[in-house]
Design a protein around this ligand. Structure first.
Ligand code: GLU
Length: 394
């Protein structure tokens, strides 16, 4: 796999998480840089209009609160930070709301704590909520719930939060926008020979060494927390780019496959690990029988399994379990994570997705098995299906 291949593969990213840091949004006194915010919104709206799903992770609540309260600097104690965040979060959202509105984009505030990701029930709940928002074509704007998060349940920085949100929604790409153009071989402020590192294939001690140092006095992270985020995304098989957010157009350039910023390349093995887990790592709890139409849609077009294509259910399984998909002759053709329990699938099989709500009284997903959660089994080997096809099989 070459650098060019991997960059080109980013053009196919459908689900994006974009994180914007305090240093981009706030001046040194905490005043919001509205011009930059507006430009960022225009860039994000451009990607959204191409049909991509975007989740924005935005810092700046504490900074904006500091500005509005007229404080001299970032508060030291947690309750003071929480108070500043409570003031600033509203200001942040108010501005996002008014900047996104002219593009016809509805924004949604999502505030998370670490507990929401750690606890399985709440993890699923947060995931469902974000998925529902994306289905409505709303644009979730995520931040840490600074006002309630005490030390033990804090993410502490939004780089880590953004990486975990990327895992939560199974993103195709995470972009961290910051005041530097990417990761440099040395501190570019101090060393004129510092060079931008275009791709990182592995986080080595050398990479750790060049990422030392912290952020500005209002911001939390620095390159260190960005590396921490990269460790999470590389492990999860999600590409991550650190890029400059001071100037316009970088987001579009990254999605056009241009060599902008520093790309942290997930190794091919981890990309496939999740699919492998679905195929072989998890017990198969039941079977779903599908018709010829669904068989063709899944095998030839890489589509999801909809209720209309289901003809039968064998065994007992819960939503979230791995099930086997069998063709009309009873042969296993794929495995995937079912969005509905066996009882629910029995009720909705053969029906249209639009009828799910009427039948079940709720409608969490259109698909019984989403294509991102589907691994095709053929002659005992796994074939690629789903996202970022450009990576597979290189
Ligand atoms: N959640 C914090 C805020 O909105 C930012 C944390 C960070 O900068 O990483 O102010």
């Amino acid at each position: 796999m070459t650098s060019l291949n991997i960059r080109a593969a980013l053009t196919g990213a459908r689900k994006l998480v974009i994180k914007v840091g305090t240093r981009l949004l706030c001046g040194s006194k905490g005043d919001l840089n509205l011009k930059r915010m507006k430009g960022l919104v225009e860039d994000v709206a451009g990607l959204w209009k191409e049909g991509r799903d975007v989740v924005l992770v935005s810092s700046g609540a504490i900074g904006a609160g500091v500005g509005r309260l007229g404080l001299l600097g970032k508060p030291r104690t947690l309750p003071e930070k929480q108070a500043a965040a409570a003031v600033g979060q509203g200001i942040l959202m108010q501005n996002y709301e008014s900047f996104f509105a002219p593009f016809g984009i509805t924004v949604a505030q999502v505030l998370l704590t670490r507990d929401d990701i750690k606890n399985r029930g709440r993890y699923l709940n947060a995931r469902h909520t974000l998925y529902s928002l994306l289905r409505y074509r709303a644009l979730p704007i995520v931040n840490e719930n600074d006002t309630v998060a005490v030390e033990e349940i804090r993410f502490g920085d939004n780089d880590t939060l953004a990486a975990l949100v990327s895992c939560l929604i199974d993103a195709d790409l995470l972009v961290l926008l910051t005041d530097q153009d990417g990761l440099y071989s040395a501190d570019p402020h101090e060393n004129r020979d510092a060079e931008l590192i275009p791709e990182v294939w592995e986080i080595t001690p050398e990479i750790e060494a060049v990422a030392g140092g912290r952020g500005s006095h209002l911001a939390t992270g620095g390159m260190e927390t960005k590396l921490q985020a990269a460790r999470i995304t590389m492990q999860a098989g999600i590409p991550m780019v650190i890029a400059g957010g001071m100037q316009r157009g970088n987001l579009a350039a990254i999605l056009q496959g241009k060599r902008v910023g520093t790309l942290f390349v997930p190794c091919e093995e981890t990309m496939k690990a999740r699919k492998r887990w679905i195929a072989f790592g998890s017990p198969v709890e039941g079977k779903i029988r599908i018709d010829h139409g669904a068989l063709e849609a899944i095998l030839k077009k890489g589509k999801s399994l909809l209720p209309g294509g289901v003809t039968g259910v064998v065994g007992f399984f819960e939503a979230g379990n791995v099930v086997s998909l069998v063709d009309p002759c009873g042969r296993e053709i794929a495995r995937g994570i079912s969005n509905y329990s066996s009882d629910e699938v029995k009720l909705i099989m053969g029906k249209k997705s639009t009828e799910i709500k009427m039948i079940l009284g709720y409608h969490d997903y259109d698909e019984v098995v989403h294509r991102d959660n589907l691994t095709i089994i053929a002659n005992g080997s796994t074939l690629k299906a789903g996202r970022l096809k450009g990576y597979a099989g290189k």
